[in-house]
Design a protein around this ligand. Sequence first.
Ligand SMILES: [Zn+2]
Ligand SMILES: [Zn+2]
Length: 152
Amino acid sequence: MDDAATLRGAGLRVTAARLAILDAVRTGNHLDAEHIAHAVRGRVGHVSTQAVYDGLHALTDTGLVRRIEPAGSPARYETRVGDNHHHLVCRLCKGVTDIDCVAGAAPCLEPSQSHGYLIDEAEVVFWGVCPDCRSGTGEAPNASEPSAVPRG
Ligand SMILES: [Zn+2]
Ligand SMILES: [Zn+2]
């Protein structure tokens, strides 16, 4: 199924911007909105940042794109949806890597008490230092980012 058919199948109007957003999210590795906007402009010319956010909202709301929000990092987007995979996040470069669900399906963890909730998901983020950063070849942390990174 091509992207236009995918958008129509989700009940969305097909626009050049939405096609470019979907393509940028799929070909990127957990990009944030800023990098997606940059990629979109490289494909279709000027698109406002607001239009990129609106497009991401539409794609996220319809389940075509998954939004993840590691603490201390802007929201990231990916097209790997429909499974309960988790993420490894590098504390230094904020790189994100997919890992398969620990238990195979959501929720992969059971709380010690459910308090009467019907629990459908456990959000698991593994924090650490990626191989590039461990060997000193990773990107330096952005000095403008908040330094209050959770240290677990
Ligand atoms: Zn790193
Ligand atoms: Zn992912």
